[in-house]
Design a protein around this ligand. Structure first.
Ligand code: F3S
Length: 643
C-alpha cells in the first residue's frame, strides 16, 4: 500500500504510537514558532524547565500581535522576548517585520518538516508541505526542550481539487466553500491533505490562505504537496536548496475524500458572526459597507496586495468607506513600495497600516457602531472587531477591494477583464529585522520589566472534585469569549493575576469575582467549547481562578489540550440532554475522582443542589491522566525528569 504525504512525514518523525486515527501518537518537532501574545508565557514555561538552549532545529519568536505602545507593558514584553531569544538560541523577528505565519512561510518553512506553533493558524505552513500544528505555549515550550508533541492521530481526509479558479474567484473562496460544506465543527479529529490536478494552479500564497483557514474548520492541520510550484517559490525566496518533492503515492489511502471543482466556486462571504455562515456574494446583495480591512495572516501576501493594488489603481475609495490595508510582512510592504503599487494603494485613499495582526486581533480599527465591516481575515466572532454591534463579513481581497470602491458589497466579477499577476522570480531578501540568537554563553541577562509576572503554579489534584457551577455557556463558545483580546487586555498576557479579571467578561463581567469568592468551581459548556485561537491563557486564567473541571457537550482540540496542560479536567456529557438539567450555581461533585480516573472513562457527577446524578466521560490517555493528577504538564514534566 502506498503512502500519503502525512504518512511520509510522520514515518520520519513518529516517536510513539501507531498511525491509526484515534490513537495517541508522539512526534518529533523540527521547528517552533511563537508570537508575542502567547510567547511570553511559553518562554516563562521554557525557563522553568531549566534547559540551557532550545533543542529544535529552528525556533522563532515573532512580535506581531501587541505592537501598540500606549503603555510600558508591550515594550516590556518585547524586551523580555528579545533577551530570552538571544540567550536560548531562538531567532527574534522584530515588531514591524511581519505576521508570524507570513514571515515563516517566506523565510523559514521547509517541506517535510514538522512545525509546532503557539498560534492556532500555524497550519498555514502546510502550504509548504510541512506538518504544521497549532498548540498551546506549554506544548511548544516542551518541544523547544526537545520533548515530543503528543496528539490524537486525526483521520486524514483527501480534498481532491480539479479545474482552475474562474477570474476574480480566489483561494479565500475555496476555503469559504469548504467551511460551507464542513462547518466549524466538521473538522474535529481530522486533517486535510490536498491533492488532485487543481493543486498545480494554486501558488504557494494561495495554498497558504486555504491552509490558514483550515483552523476555522477545527481540523488539526492541512497539507499541500511540495511540487514544482513550491520549488519555484522557495527559489524566489533564495532558499531553493531546501526544497524536496513530496507527493502522495498513487495508491495511497485516506480515511475520507471530498471533491472540489475549482471552476464551480463563486465569490463567497462568511456572514456575521461565524466563519461558517457562508453565502454567495450575489445572494447577500449590495448591502452598504462602512469599513473594508485587507490584511491578516490569511490574506496579506505579495500576490494578494498586488491584486488589490491593481484593482484600486487610478480609482478612489468610496467616501462612505473607511479602508485600511496591512501588508503581511516587511518583505511584502517593501516590494510594494519599490514597484510603485504602494503609491497606487495610498493614492486610492486607503490607510496603510503596520505589517502586524492589527485589526485582526482587535488592535485598532474598531468600526463605527452598527457598521458593516468587510475583512479578509479568518474570524468574525461577535465583538472581535472591538465594536460589539458591528457586522463583520469575511471575504476575499478581490471582493473587499471591489466593495471599497463602490461602497456596497460587490461581486468582483463586475470589475471586468481579469488581471494576471505572475509570482516574482525573486522576492526582496533582507533579513535585517530577524535577529539571530547570540552564540552560546555570550547572551546578556534576561530583561524583566514589571509586566513580566512569575508563572502561576498549581498543586496536584485533590482526591475528590467539588465545586460550584460558575457559568453555563451555549454552543461554539470561543477562546475569545473565554479570554477576550483587545487593546486593553492583550498587554496583560504576561501578567496572569491582572489578566484573569477579564475571563468571560464579555458574557458575564461578574465571573472572575464570583470565581475568586467561591475559591474556584466548574464550568458547563455546549458543543465545540473553546473553538478559535490557541490562546492558552484561556486555560491558564481558569487555572489561576481555580476552575477544576469543564463539563461540555464537546471540546475544540487545542483548548482541550490546553485545559489538560494546566490540570483542568475536560469532561463530556455522556447524554447531551443532561446539559439541560444543570444550572449556574448548582453545587456538583465527583467523589473519589483521583482514583476513578484511571479505572474508568465514565464517572458519576452528583448535582448536590438538585439531588440528581448524571454520567460524564473522559477520553484521557494514561499520560494525560498523569498530567491532570500532577496539576499540569509543567509539574508532570518535572516529576518525570526526577524519576
Ligand atoms: Fe494574527 Fe489574526 Fe493571524 S491575530 S496570527 S493575523 S489570525
Amino acid at each position: 500500500m502506498g503512502q500519503n504525504i502525512v504518512e511520509k512525514i510522520l514515518a520520519t518523525h513518529l516517536l510513539k504510537g501507531k498511525i491509526v486515527p484515534g490513537e495517541e501518537i508522539a512526534i518529533r518537532i523540527d521547528q517552533t514558532l511563537t508570537q508575542d501574545a502567547t510567547g511570553t508565557m511559553a518562554y516563562l514555561q521554557f525557563e522553568a524547565m531549566e534547559m540551557p538552549r532550545v533543542k529544535t532545529e529552528l525556533s522563532v519568536s515573532y512580535v506581531d500581535h501587541n505592537t501598540l505602545q500606549t503603555g510600558f507593558e508591550n515594550m516590556d514584553d518585547h524586551r523580555f522576548l528579545q533577551s530570552i531569544a538571544a540567550k536560548y538560541g531562538i531567532y527574534y523577528s522584530r515588531p514591524g517585520n511581519g505576521i508570524c505565519h507570513q514571515v515563516h512561510l517566506e523565510r523559514f518553512g521547509a517541506p517535510g518538516k514538522t512545525l509546532l506553533g503557539a498560534d492556532s493558524h500555524t497550519p498555514t505552513g502546510g502550504a509548504m508541505g510541512m506538518i504544521a500544528i497549532g498548540a498551546g505555549g506549554l506544548d511548544v515550550a516542551v518541544a523547544m526542550a526537545g520533548g515530543p508533541f503528543y496528539l490524537t492521530m486525526p483521520q486524514i481526509i483527501k480534498v481532491h481539487l480539479t479545474g482552475r479558479l474562474s477570474p476574480w474567484v480566489s483561494a479565500k473562496d475555496v476555503i469559504l466553500e469548504l467551511l460551507r460544506i464542513m462547518t466549524v465543527k466538521g473538522g474535529l479529529g481530522k486533517m486535510i491533505e490536498y491533492g488532485g490536478p487543481g493543486v498545480k494552479s494554486l501558488a504557494v500564497p494561495e495554498r497558504a490562505t486555504i491552509a490558514n483557514m483550515g483552523a476555522e474548520l477545527g481540523i488539526t492541520t492541512s497539507i499541500f504537496p511540495s511540487d514544482a510550484v513550491t520549488r519555484d517559490f522557495l527559489h524566489a525566496q533564495g532558499r531553493g536548496e531546501i526544497w524536496q518533492e513530496l507527493e502522495a503515492d498513487e495508491n495511497a489511502s485516506y480515511d475520507g475524500r471530498l471533491e472540489i471543482n475549482l471552476e464551480k466556486i463563486e465569490p463567497l462571504a462568511a456572514k456575521p458572526h461565524m466563519p461558517d455562515h457562508i453565502a454567495k456574494i450575489t445572494d447577500i446583495g449590495p448591502i452598504k459597507v462602512d469599513q473594508v480591512l485587507i490584511g491578516s495572516c490569511t490574506n496579506s501576501s505579495y500576490k494578494d496586495l498586488m491584486t488589490v493594488a491593481a484593482i484600486l489603481k487610478g480609482k478612489k475609495i468610496h467616501p462612505a468607506v473607511h479602508a485600511g490595508i496591512a501588508p503581511g510582512s516587511k518583505q511584502v510592504l517593501e516590494m510594494l513600495a519599490r514597484n510603485g503599487a504602494l503609491a497606487d494603494l495610498i493614492s486610492s485613499g486607503a490607510r496603510i497600516l503596520e505589517c502586524t495582526c492589527g485589526f485582526c486581533i482587535g488592535m485598532g480599527q474598531a468600526p463605527n457602531s452598527g457598521a458593516v465591516s468587510l475583512r479578509t481575515n479568518n474570524r468574525n466572532f461577535l465583538g472581535r472587531s472591538g465594536t460589539c454591534d458591528a457586522q463583520v463579513y469575511l471575504t476575499s481581497p478581490e471582493t473587499a477591494a471591489a466593495s471599497a470602491l463602490t461602497g456596497v458589497l460587490t461581486d468582483p466579477r463586475t470589475l471586468g477583464e481579469s488581471i494576471s499577476l505572475p509570482m516574482p522570480s525573486r522576492f526582496l531578501l533582507d533579513d535585517s529585522m530577524i535577529i539571530p540568537p547570540s552564540p552560546e554563553n555570550q547572551a546578556g541577562n534576561i530583561i524583566r520589566g514589571p509586566n513580566i509576572k512569575p508563572l502561576p503554579l498549581k498543586k496536584e489534584m485533590p482526591g475528590a472534585l467539588q465545586g460550584m457551577t460558575l457559568i453555563k455557556t451555549g454552543d461554539n463558545v470561543t477562546t475569545d469569549d473565554i479570554m477576550p483580546a483587545g487593546a486593553n487586555i492583550l498587554p496583560l498576557r504576561s501578567n496572569i493575576p491582572a489578566l484573569s479579571r477579564f475571563v468571560f467578561s464579555r458574557i458575564d463581567d461578574t465571573f472572575a469575582l464570583r470565581a475568586k469568592e467561591a475559591g474556584g468551581g466548574v464550568i458547563v459548556g455546549g458543543f465545540n467549547y473553546g473553538q478559535g485561537s490557541s490562546r492558552e491563557h484561556a486555560a491558564l486564567a481558569h487555572m489561576y481562578l481555580r476552575v477544576c473541571a469543564i463539563i461540555a457537550k464537546s471540546f475544540a482540540r487545542i483548548h482541550k489540550a490546553n485545559l489538560i496542560n494546566f490540570g483542568i479536567l475536560p469532561l463530556t456529557f455522556d447524554n447531551p440532554e443532561d446539559y439541560g438539567r444543570i444550572d449556574q450555581d448548582d453545587l456538583i461533585g465527583i467523589p473519589n475522582l483521583r482514583a476513578q480516573l484511571s479505572q474508568t472513562n465514565k464517572l458519576w457527577v452528583h448535582n448536590q443542589t438538585k439531588q440528581t446524578k448524571f454520567l460524564v466521560t473522559h477520553d484521557l490517555s494514561s499520560r494525560q491522566i498523569g498530567i491532570i493528577r500532577a496539576g499540569g504538564l509543567l509539574n508532570y514534566t518535572k516529576i518525570q525528569a526526577e524519576l
